[in-house]
Design a protein around this ligand. Sequence first.
Ligand SMILES: *Cc1c(COP(=O)(O)O)cnc(C)c1O
Length: 359
Amino acid sequence: MTPVAPWRKPVFMGAAELFIDLDAVAANWRALNAVSGRDVESGAVVKANAYGLDVTRVARRLAHDGVSSFFVALAEEGVAVRQAVGDAADIYVFSGHLAGGADVLRDADLIPLLNSPEQVARHFSDAPGHGFGVQLDTGMNRLGMEPADWDALRSDLMDAGPRLVMSHLACADAPNHPMNHLQLRTFIEMTEGVARRSLSATGGILLGPEFHFDLVRPGIGLYGGLPFAGASPVVRLSVPVIQTRAVRPFETVGYGNAWEADIERQIATIAAGYADGLIRAMGPKAQVWAGDVPCPVVGRVSMDLITVDVTHLEAVPDTLEILGPHQGIDDLAEAAGTIGYEILTSLGHRYARHYVGTA
Ligand SMILES: *Cc1c(COP(=O)(O)O)cnc(C)c1O
């Protein structure tokens, strides 16, 4: 048998190109940092590979621009951040101290945000003397210590000197939701006298100064998503046209014959589909762009292909843009009935990725 060639990262001929603008990420961080003001530290949430955009490049760029507190979901993600940003930064782990996690936490010098009495016991027995923070539940009922457990453990935890005490808002993307002030009040009550506190992600930063405390934790806003309406777009996705054909009246296009031509139409087929994160549900509500001209998606989104009506174009370009100045992640999300976060974290692995701006 012929030996298999050594593995290398595949480069797909005619791949769609995903442009990720690190200057825009940095600009978004600076803009949110300006909103939270001079006395409040702005960290950066880089979980899930920096929302799919490459944690190494994003964290390194943000560290260079002055970020010194990073947040990840899992300890293993923190290892990549540590490698990217060096020894000085604080790296917090939302999932806290999970069973068997002490070595990773110690080796990469990560700060677990302890979520439960079990995690507190585990941390003090498996990693005595190692820094930690505390995550409190103020009503979201997802992650964090319940008020009764915090009451019982608070003095022990405070004696040990937590690096941060934090909670998370459930409805911060809806500024008028009564839950925001309810959680704010609960957080204030639970953390009276605590030295370093954090409550807000992107949405909370925009709710106003009473939500900022000592440190804010923006994620999606850095990557150009709502609720930060003023964000600079970070991603652009350009997809090659691989075939164009004329279809006659009453001919159909794609799976399930879901679209039928009324008059003769020109249909372009572009090389990306739901396997690349262009979720099928966006279907006919989405458009792609030929420069400034929108072109409707017709028929169903396939795994690797999307069909587009280009009848109205004078000439069919080599590529059509699905994410760009005219259609951002939240526009696409709306067409698909989801949120910008899911569009970003779904962006696939077949794209040729180009990083714009200094790394
Ligand atoms: C994901 C997350 C963030 C960042 O939220 P964005 O809405 O993306 O800004 C902050 N804090 C916690 C606890 C999170 O899970």
